[in-house]
Ligand binder design. Structure first.
Ligand code: FES
Length: 93
């Protein structure tokens, strides 16, 4: 399988408060680095990060990198529809 297929970025968030990128332009994925302040959506709207609060144990999350998810910024599996001839590898969200 090609490694060029869009896949989510799976990370383990430690307990605490995290700003997760919604604009897709961060240089520190999946975390917001403030780049959204320079980004405008096609419809003219602006972006702000999703605040994710993790309590207790670390939490695994899958950050969408194909930008077709219906659950921004999280992967909902929509990237698999972009693939032809194969499905996701084990471990994909
Ligand atoms: S850098 Fe993308 S939401 Fe802040």
């Amino acid at each position: 399988m090609s490694t060029d297929q869009p896949r989510p970025l799976v990370v383990s968030l430690q307990p605490g408060r995290h700003a997760i990128c919604q604009c897709g332009q961060t240089g520190n994925a999946p975390f917001c680095d403030g780049t959204h302040k320079t980004v405008t959506a096609d419809d003219g709207s602006t972006f702000s990060p999703t605040i994710e609060v993790v309590e207790g144990q670390p939490k695994n999350v899958a950050w969408c990198r194909c930008f077709t998810t219906g659950n921004t910024p999280w992967c909902d599996g929509s990237h698999t529809a972009l693939w032809t001839g194969s499905g996701p590898d084990e471990g994909d969200a």
